[in-house]
Every structure is written in C-alpha cells, then in structure tokens.
Design a protein around this ligand. Sequence first.
Ligand SMILES: Cc1cc2nc3c(=O)[nH]c(=O)nc-3n(C[C@H](O)[C@H](O)[C@H](O)COP(=O)(O)OP(=O)(O)OC[C@H]3O[C@@H](n4cnc5c(N)ncnc54)[C@H](O)[C@@H]3O)c2cc1C
Ligand code: SF4
Length: 402
Amino acid sequence: MGQTLAMEYEPLQIEDFDIRRAMEEASRCLLCEDAPCSKGCPAGTEPGKFIRSIRFRNVNGAAETIRENNILGASCSLICPQERLCEQECSRSGIDRPIQIGMLQQFAMEHERKLDKTYLTVNDTYQGKRVACIGAGPASLACAAELAKQGVEVTIFDEHQQPGGMLRYGIPPYRLPDTVIDQDIHQIKKLGVKFELNHTVTLEELEYMNNTYDAVFVGAGLWAPKKLPLPGADLNGVFTAIEFLKEARETHGELTGLGNVVIIGGGDVAMDCAATCKLLGASTIYDVFIETLEDAPAVQKEKDFIFKLGIPMISEFKPIELIGTEKVERVKFEHISNGSTLEIAADTVIFAVGQTMRDDAATWKNANGGFYGGDMMNGGDTVVRAVQEGKEAAVKMMKSFQ
Ligand SMILES: Cc1cc2nc3c(=O)[nH]c(=O)nc-3n(C[C@H](O)[C@H](O)[C@H](O)COP(=O)(O)OP(=O)(O)OC[C@H]3O[C@@H](n4cnc5c(N)ncnc54)[C@H](O)[C@@H]3O)c2cc1C
Ligand code: SF4
C-alpha cells in the first residue's frame, strides 16, 4: 500500500519527461530579458538561464547553472513551492500557463544523477581558513558549499545521524526521497566539506569553536517541540508533528499501531502528518483546524492531496481538551462561532501547530556577532530561503577574512 501511495504522489514521472518533452516545455519560454522567474527565486537558482540551456538541448549547461547557484538544486526541484515563487512570476502565465520550472529543474538534476556529473570546482582564494557550521540543514549546507568553493576548510556539526535537517527528518520521504537528499549531499562532500554527525554542539563548545575557527555559522533551525497548552496534552499517545515525522522516517515505515489519529493544525506540516499516517496504515484520520478550509494555511496542492487520500478535514473547530487516563482516548473540540462541541476518538494525537527555537539556539541568537541563518532567524520559512541566507552569510564571512 505504501508503495502505491508513494507512486501516486510522485510529483514527476521523470522517465516520461524525456529530452523531447523537456525541450518542448522549454520552448514555450519567452526568453524574457529581465527573467522575472529568476527574480522570483530567493536562492538565485536562475531558472531563466537554465531553461534557455534546455531549450537548446544543453542539459549539462542547465544542471551546471542550477548547481552553481543552488547546492540543494535536486531537493528544491521536488519540494520548492514553485507556484508561489518562480512559476508565479513567469511572464507566460499572462498568456496561458507558467513554464513548468520545477519539472525542468528535476529533469536537469536527474541528468546529473544518472551521469554522475560534477560541475563545481574548488579554488584556493581562502585556503587556510577554517569554518565550523552548526546544523546540517539547508542553511548550513548552502553556507558550507559556498565557502568550500573558495577553498575554505569547512566542518559541519549536526546532532542527527544523517545530514539534511528538516529535509531529512521533517519533510516526508514520499515527497522527498533519501536518494534525492543524498544526491545533494554527495555534491557538497565532493567540495571537501566534512561532516561530524551525532554531535550536539553545546554552548561551551560553541565558545571554544569561536576561538579556534576563523568563523562559525549557526543554522540550528526550530527544533523545540510545540503543543497547545491544553488539559491532557501530556497524555501518552500525544506527539508534536516533528517528533512524529522524525520517528516515522527513522523507523522506515515500521511505525505501526497508530489506531485512530487526530491531527490538530491546517498547515502544510499537518498535511504531511495526515498523509504519513495514511501510509502507515492508521485506522481513521481526522485533521481538525480552527480556520475555514479556504483560510487554512496549507497550499492548495497539499489540501487536494489529502482530499484525494480520503482524509476528512474538519474546519472551524478548536481543541479544548484531550481526554484519557494514562493514554489519550478522545479529543474534545468547540466550534469557534456557535460553541457546539465535538468529541473524536483518538489513540494518537499530533499537534502540527508550528515549531519554535530551542533554548540553546535562542541563546546563540541573542549573543552579539556571529553568523546565523535559516529558520532560526526567519521564524520558519522555506528551504530556498534558508539556502539564500546560508549563501549570504558565507559571502559576509569571506569579506570578513579580507
Ligand atoms: C514537516 C515539514 C515540511 C516542510 N516542507 C517544506 C517544503 O515542502 N518546502 C520547503 O521549501 N520547505 C519546507 N519546510 C521548511 C524547511 O524544511 C525549512 O525551512 C528548512 O529546512 C530550514 O533550514 P535550516 O537549515 O534553517 O534548519 P533545519 O533544516 O531545521 O536544520 C537545522 C539542523 O541543525 C541541527 N541542530 C540544531 N541545534 C544543534 C546543536 N546544538 N548541535 C548540533 N546540531 C544542531 C538540527 O538537528 C538540524 O539538523 C518544511 C518543514 C517541515 C517541518
Ligand atoms: S519568466 Fe517564464 S517565460 Fe520568462 S524567462 Fe522565465 S520561464 Fe521563460
């Protein structure tokens, strides 16, 4: 069942998107001089440029442009909200529909993977400089790659077993398979970046690093579990979205016995939890949120997917109590305008109500100086934004070396 579902949601059947179809799609591009699509990409991936290459059958050139500008080009091609970034800005929208930029990016990145290409090189501009990056999420990975290209010796420290941050432990594998994350990490390793995994950096250690490295970048993300302060929120069977998604990922689909699940929240993370519960064979799943269906923050594509999976969404109800003795048994909700109540049976409850910063990251952020970026600075946004902030921090750092 898991397999079928994963296939159903495959964003692109890349085998079907061959060079002929890619060139056809790229030929719809108007080759706009000011490339609004490129301006719409926070990480500067330059779709205007790589689409032009594909149009002229230069897939190598396209993949090189993507890699040069966005070291997470393969992951971003799958999980970027292109519809509200580059594709939203595409001039072709005014004529019929935007160029399928995400698909063309997937096509170019698949070409790189199949041919095991390496496009990036290392120069010796900052040879001898050493930098530590805390966190192996998109912000640190982008910062590290930018520095390594200029000869800086970079070590990334992360508390997890695998690099990627939320790419690996938040975004579910049916949207972003490990193989695609590994493709990006492989390119970063080829630049000479070293990884120290299973390594939680303490405040004292950061102090030490500040004294022993030429600079330190912190991209610690938002990893404090967040639940609503409701009666019963600490009962067994109650999780935060990140706890749940991480465990689902680490147990490789073996997380069973979810029973009846209630998810609280109407954002993309709630939709990821709902679909993951379905994949894991939960008996019933209800996603309940306070907003109207239209106002629920998840993007339409994700809501449509949840509908397609047959998962009921209940809007305009707020949770008021989780009921049970040791383990959760029911969740009680109240309608936000008419006050009517609703109880739903639950063996598992997942709070998908946002993420916050852990105390260690908050202390670092409040300290003066240093280089920071990603979710911990912007409050939680997208992978491309974290990439952009990592790149910007690397540029600032290198200026400070001069
Ligand atoms: C469920 C979910 C789905 C998402 N879906 C999308 C999507 O479809 N598209 C999109 O663009 N964005 C999505 N996002 C957002 C995106 O994942 C984040 O914006 C992005 O990962 C932020 O990158 P970052 O580098 O700032 O932090 P993170 O990715 O959080 O990485 C930070 C890393 O630092 C580590 N760390 C923290 N403190 C320490 C320490 N003291 N010592 C060692 N390591 C430490 C953490 O363990 C983590 O590995 C999603 C987020 C979630 C939670
Ligand atoms: S905005 Fe659209 S049409 Fe113009 S260059 Fe970019 S992809 Fe092509």
